[in-house]
Design a protein around this ligand. Structure first.
Ligand code: ADP
Length: 406
């Protein structure tokens, strides 16, 4: 079964093609093909590759997003080594949808009603849901009746118990859907399952803290394969310090700024989402690599940014461990989690009281899915590569099998 996966954001659209035959392999395979569109003003940069190397690199004017996506997909069935005889070989198309609200707890076939829900939920996550919905509409136009599946970043956290999900605000917030949803669920779930496999344990028996540290950062407390707490909430702004997002701040600061500076909602949104976090504190960059190198060169604001990041990471990992009542393994994933030995070392040093010990040599070796704890550590420490597209392809395959309608 050939499965196309679209991960549509406001600035980029990542696309992958996977093939799953009788059953998904235990270890994630490389995609047959990957495509990336970077949306720039007036132009789109397109790049596609397969395991054999780069296939297409092009810069084209954006006549429409549909036109650009069509150009990208044409590469699958043209060129010196076409991967498809025709686009109709694609059996199903999976989409990453950030916000599924309270209703969608599992991957679901796209129907007119599901599109309505995605649209409604875009009120909560406009930057994230609308590009996903547009991706679905474009594929409908290009591939006609090919079944499409939405896989939600909120779904894995639908198991949050009420005390973790409900904000202690006025009770009518609950009826209005103002509650904690959590995000990055596709990757938190994938990492929990992968951790169980790497550890050779049944997922049901494990208490895990998964640390998704990329441009956006969130933690999940996973007990028996179910998310029981997470650091992002109503929006992907709550919790840890991030590249350009503040994470949790005293809500009193917001009312203070509204009154004192007369900020509009848009200005406040911009401040918290784009001018804060590593970039806001350091004044240098949202990129952890640049923060670490400036810190090493003696820049005090870069050091402060790094120290706040680690302080908040440590304190929220502690909070997840407390909710779980212990932890068998800590998982680091996504850009910073997979690649920054400095971040892993600093966070783990603060957590040694849990009986957790990082092996400095293993921690400094190049990333792949592996255990970097020392052999005497009471808690395993894993690095797991984020594989959201593969997780979406697997979910599409499972849904196709279950529904037989795909
Ligand atoms: P996204 O959340 O957009 O998917 P990624 O998971 O790709 O982002 O993470 C992006 C971040 O990963 C970058 O901003 C950068 O800070 C960090 N990163 C990537 N490589 C490294 C590295 N070698 N060392 C430290 N940080 C890294």
């Amino acid at each position: 079964m050939k499965i196309l996966v679209l991960n549509s954001g406001s600035a980029t659209q990542k696309t992958s093609l996977y093939e799953i035959a009788a059953a998904p392999p235990d270890d994630p395979p490389a995609p047959l093909w990957e495509g990336l569109i970077e949306w720039q003003s007036g132009f789109a940069e397109i790049c596609t590759s397969s395991p054999a190397g780069v296939r297409l690199k092009n810069r084209i004017p954006i006549a429409s997003r549909k036109y650009v996506t069509e150009q990208l997909l044409t590469d699958l069935s043209t060129g010196a080594a076409p991967l498809l005889k025709s686009p109709s070989e694609i059996a199903v198309v999976g989409h990453r949808i950030v916000h599924g609200g309270g209703e969608f707890r599992e991957p679901a076939l796209v129907t007119p009603r599901l599109k309505d829900v995605i649209r409604q939920m875009s009120e909560f996550a406009p930057l994230h849901n609308l590009p996903g919905l547009e991706g679905i509409q474009i594929i409908e136009e290009i591939l006609g009746n090919t079944p499409q599946v939405a896989v939600f970043d909120t779904a894995f956290h639908s198991t949050l118990p009420e005390p973790a999900a409900v904000y202690p605000g006025p009770y009518d917030w609950v009826a209005r859907g103002i509650r904690r949803y959590g995000f990055h669920g596709i990757n938190h779930q994938y990492c929990a399952e992968r951790a169980a496999r790497l550890l050779g344990h049944d997922l049901q028996s494990l208490k895990l803290v998964t640390c998704h540290l990329g441009n956006g950062c969130s933690l999940a407390a996973v007990r028996g394969g179910r998310s029981v707490d997470t650091t992002m909430g109503f929006t992907p702004l709550e919790g840890l310090m991030m590249g350009t997002r503040s994470g949790s701040v005293d809500p009193g600061i917001l009312t203070f700024l509204l009154r004192q500076d007369g900020l509009t909602a848009e200005q406040l949104d911009d401040l918290l989402n784009k001018k804060s976090g590593l970039a806001g504190i350091s004044g240098i960059s949202n990129d952890m690599r640049e923060i670490v190198s400036a810190m090493k060169a003696g820049n005090p604001r870069a050091k402060l940014a790094f120290d706040i990041f680690i302080h908040r990471l440590t304190s929220l990992i502690g909070s997840m461990v407390a909710v779980l009542g212990g932890v068998n393994a800590l998982v680091f994933t996504a850009g910073i989690g997979e690649n920054s030995a400095e971040v892993r070392a600093a966070a783990c040093a603060n957590l040694e009281f849990l009986g957790l010990r990082l092996d400095p040599l293993r921690n400094s070796q190049p990333p792949s899915d592996r255990d970097v704890a020392s052999s005497d550590s009471h808690v395993r420490i894993l690095i797991i590569r984020a594989q959201e597209d593969w997780a979406i392809a697997r979910a599409c395959w499972a849904l196709a099998l279950a529904s037989r309608s795909v």
